[in-house]
Design a protein around this ligand. Structure first.
Ligand code: AMP
Ligand code: GLY
Length: 419
């Protein structure tokens, strides 16, 4: 099969690595890709947001399947556009991707299908939003309804803080994405990311993971796209997995199908394990980045066969196998990220997928200069993944891998998977 993979991050490097390993993969094109994905096939230079360009590329290349990595093209309907021209897409339609693209849709959907979630309400004016926030005990969370690159959420300790962010958001802090907002009860407990594969009817469990979203050690500093991750989560048990499948994942698959929006692709449920059981914080309609970099190395089944099965239906009979090992990934970022940072330093030690210490080095924000040398060119630059019989072993090995890579402005957290 000829596959096009859309995206350019560490997640897409991990996807390219896993897809190209499949006996079903005859040719892989990654667009726009990064220097790390070059080893697995051609790069095309169509951006992940250029829907027309991607449809055109898929048609000219006569692709069999287009695998869509990031959320923006999914929310904007790339899967629908491809299906309209007879090309299989891996990833939900725009209607189904509203589970990520509209927080209000996700909350209303959970309500309709009795999926456990915090109390919430939806507002487009400040006064009733402030009143609702003040009525919640234990603080409130204010969220932009639309996509805000992972930044549209403010967790508030009290009603005054909530009032300030309500006003800022409605005044257009995230443009159209925050013209409408949600105010939620602030729940507490460990966070748990659950990943499942859905084929429009059935759902199968993939893996759990925990990411580390804050920039600095000890969960200090600004929120980022993720500074590291571990899979499985230390909270995963057989019982918890079954509870999440029964109360959350299967109801999503059934509910979306019943509403005429069958969900096909990865479902990433961001949950909080409260004393009343797991509750939904958010849904994402794709793999996480950097969660894919710890989930895919643990997958023993053929990823492309699983993807094909999702586009075909019949996932129920797919034999999904996993490595019992733990995986840890450390994000090596540019000093200053998620704020402003320097680009252009030469990176030493990241030329091979497998490092001397046996880690997998996935590229994210890198480029290559005219001499073919690897250059830092983004906020999150590289992800170094290691597998180990225990979380601790995986962690030690991943940090040994990080130690083999250097550039002038590197920075990373030293406490990923430490607890
Ligand atoms: P989100 O972008 O929806 O994942 O939210 C970002 C972070 O805000 C989450 O990872 C949680 O730590 C926190 N958060 C979101 N919603 C809630 C909530 N209702 N209660 C407590 N924390 C929340
Ligand atoms: N690492 C969080 C995400 O991909 O949404």
């Amino acid at each position: 099969m000829k596959i096009i993979l859309v995206g350019s991050g560490g997640r897409e490097h991990a996807l390219a690595w896993a897809i190209s390993d499949s006996p079903l993969c005859d040719e892989l094109i990654v667009t726009p890709g990064n220097p790390g994905t070059k080893a697995y096939g051609r790069r095309a230079d169509i951006a992940a947001e250029d829907i027309d360009g991607l449809v055109h590329l898929a048609q000219t290349e006569q692709a069999d399947i287009v695998v869509i990595g990031p959320e923006v093209p999914l929310v904007e309907g790339l899967a629908d556009r491809l299906e309209a021209v007879g090309i299989r897409a891996f990833g939900p339609t725009a209607a189904a991707a509203r589970l990520e693209g509209s927080k209000r849709f996700a909350r209303d959907f959970c309500k309709r299908h009795h999926i456990p979630q915090p109390q919430w309400d939806y507002f487009s004016t400040a006064e009733p939003a402030r009143e609702f926030a003040a009525s919640l005990s234990g603080g409130a969370v204010v969220k932009a309804d639309g996509l805000a690159a992972g930044k549209g959420v403010t967790v508030c300790d009290n009603a005054e803080q909530a009032a300030t962010s309500i006003e800022e958001m409605l005044a257009g802090r995230f443009g159209a994405a925050s013209a409408q907002i949600l105010v939620e009860e602030r729940i507490s407990g460990p966070e748990f990311s659950a990943f499942a594969l859905l084929d429009g009817e059935e759902a199968v469990w993939l893996a759990s993971a925990q990411d580390h979203k804050r920039a600095y050690d000890g969960d200090e500093g600004p929120n980022t796209g993720g500074m590291g991750a571990v899979s499985p989560s230390r909270f995963e048990t057989d019982d918890l997995r079954e509870q999440i499948m029964q109360d959350i994942i299967r109801p999503v698959a059934k509910g979306m199908a019943a509403e005429g929006n069958p969900y096909r692709g990865i479902l990433y449920a961001g949950l909080m394990l409260t004393d009343k059981g797991p509750q939904v914080i958010e849904f994402n309609c794709r793999f996480g980045d950097p969660e894919a970099q710890v989930i895919l190395p643990r997958m023993k089944s053929d990823l492309l066969s699983a993807i094909y099965t999702v586009t075909e239906g019949g996932l129920k009979n797919f034999d999904m196998r996993w490595d019992d090992d733990s995986a840890v990934t450390i994000v090596m970022a540019a000093k200053g990220y998620p704020g402003s940072y320097e680009k252009g330093s030469r990176i030493y030690g990241a030329d091979q997928l497998e490092s001397a210490s046996g880690c997998l080095v996935f590229h994210a924000g890198t480029s290559q200069n005219a001499d073919g040398q690897i250059i830092a060119n983004g906020g999150r630059v590289l992800c170094v993944t290691a597998l180990g019989a225990t979380r601790q072993q995986a962690r030690m090995k991943a940090y040994a891998g990080v130690g083999e890579i250097t550039w002038d402005d590197e920075f990373y957290r030293s406490d990923i998977a430490a607890e």
